[in-house]
Design a protein around this ligand. Structure first.
Ligand code: ZN
Length: 406
């Protein structure tokens, strides 16, 4: 069986991590900055050295194409080279450089593909410098929105268009010009599940639905020493009961996650009953139906629980993204690859957003996860071992060879 070269992939990962490299070992490489330019230039050099045809589209997405027998049918693989301000070496670059490694292995073994293979680097996946995140892949699937994305500004007022031009990555290719017959992205898990279970590979079946709600609860403030309990309109007491109930829902509804990550009390004083709570609920589930069930139960609790009587509750939906189901042909090519390589695998859903999730709205796509040490990501000590990276890249290679036969 054809295999990738682990050593070559590792040394490229380490070389890439020098651009925006932090003394702590992490990486700060915000999109379309000088650091990103260095990383992109090195990727372009490697693509050119390998004989790939390099294209850059209007928003700076990079594509290295290895022509197949059928030039107009494309299998894509890749990820992003940008990072968060205190990022690691693997979130993103692993998917891009493993894609390059797969292409190099195919060239070295003189394998003639039926499809053209595309090694992709998507712009602004992290969304730190420009909103929204996953912008490059969004532009790929919604080319009609390109002017909106190009005019997004960073905090200094620089637009995406200007930033791409500043580093020489305002390309000529129209966004969306490449239509994938399949897309596979290799990524670190960014969570602890694979490591805890001792499993090599996650076959990612989809991405969880996400609902963010801002909840405002209004009651009445009063003296902590003189207001009888029965007479209180205590917003925090009600909210704390809801918080407990939310945790209970997480064990009752399959796959349910609810996180209360921010809360403001007013007046926020030690001896005053709080008249107002503003809090956020982050509600996620791989199933849209289960998520709808969870939010309905939250509403029922607010309507029926005694603590909420006499309080005014209003809510604002901040984010509402439905679940994504990955393509079955692509996920089964990943499973078959794990089986033929003898690696352990499990089906899972991604808790984080990725380029493949956006591409999946238009093209058959799926993802391969490898374990993250201690589940850590978006942090300087993000780490996956060379052995696991090698396995992930070999699965990516085999999956692409399987998909090429379809
Ligand atoms: Zn990523």
């Amino acid at each position: 069986m054809v295999k990738i070269k682990s050593q070559r992939l590792q040394s490229r990962l380490m070389e890439m991590a020098r651009f925006g490299g932090l003394s702590s070992g992490g990486v700060k490489r915000l999109t379309l900055t000088e650091e990103d330019k260095g990383a992109r230039n090195l990727l372009r050099k490697w693509m050119n050295d390998l004989g790939l045809e390099v294209h850059v589209d209007e928003i700076g997405n990079m594509f290295g194409i290895l022509s197949g027998k059928n030039k107009d049918r494309f299998i894509g693989t890749g990820s992003h080279l940008d990072s968060v301000p205190t990022g690691g070496k693997y979130d993103g670059p692993l998917g891009v450089l493993a894609a390059l490694e797969v292409a190099e292995t195919i060239v070295e073994h003189k394998i003639q593909l039926n499809h053209s293979l595309v090694v992709a680097n998507y712009t602004n996946e992290e969304g730190v410098r420009f909103f929204p995140d996953m912008m490059g892949s969004l532009a790929h699937v919604n080319p009609n929105k390109i002017s909106e994305y190009l005019s997004a500004k960073d905090e200094k007022g620089i637009t995406v268009k200007e930033a791409a031009a500043d580093i020489g990555y305002n390309g000529k290719m129209k966004c969306g010009a490449i239509r994938y017959n399949a897309f596979v992205e290799l990524h670190i898990e960014q969570g602890p599940i694979l490591e805890q279970k001792g499993i090599d590979i996650g076959v990612v079946k989809g991405v969880q639905a996400i609902l963010w709600i801002k909840l405002t609860i209004e009651g009445k403030s009063g003296h902590a020493g003189t207001t009888p309990i029965a007479a209180r309109k205590d917003t925090f007491y009600a909210f704390s009961r809801l918080s407990n109930y939310a945790r209970q829902l997480c064990s009752e509804i399959p796959g349910q996650l609810i996180t209360i990550g921010s809360i403001e009390l007013s007046p926020n004083a030690i001896n005053v009953i709080p008249e107002k709570v503003i809090a956020t609920l982050d509600i996620r589930n791989p199933s849209d139906e289960h998520l709808a069930d969870a939010i309905q139960k939250v509403h029922e609790f607010i309507a029926k629980d005694d603590s909420f009587q006499n309080l005014k509750v209003s809510e604002e939906v901040l984010v509402d993204v439905p679940a994504v189901r990955f393509d079955q042909r692509v996920t089964s090519s990943i499973s078959r690859s794990c089986q033929s390589l003898g690696y352990s695998e499990m089906d899972m859903f991604s808790g984080a957003g990725h380029d493949a999730q956006i591409l999946a709205t238009r093209y058959p796509a799926a993802m391969v996860f490898i374990p993250s040490k201690d589940g850590i990501s978006h942090a300087v000590d993000e780490y996956s071992s060379p052995e696991l990276i090698e396995k992930g890249a070999n699965v990516l290679l085999q999956a692409i060879l399987h998909l090429d036969q379809d």
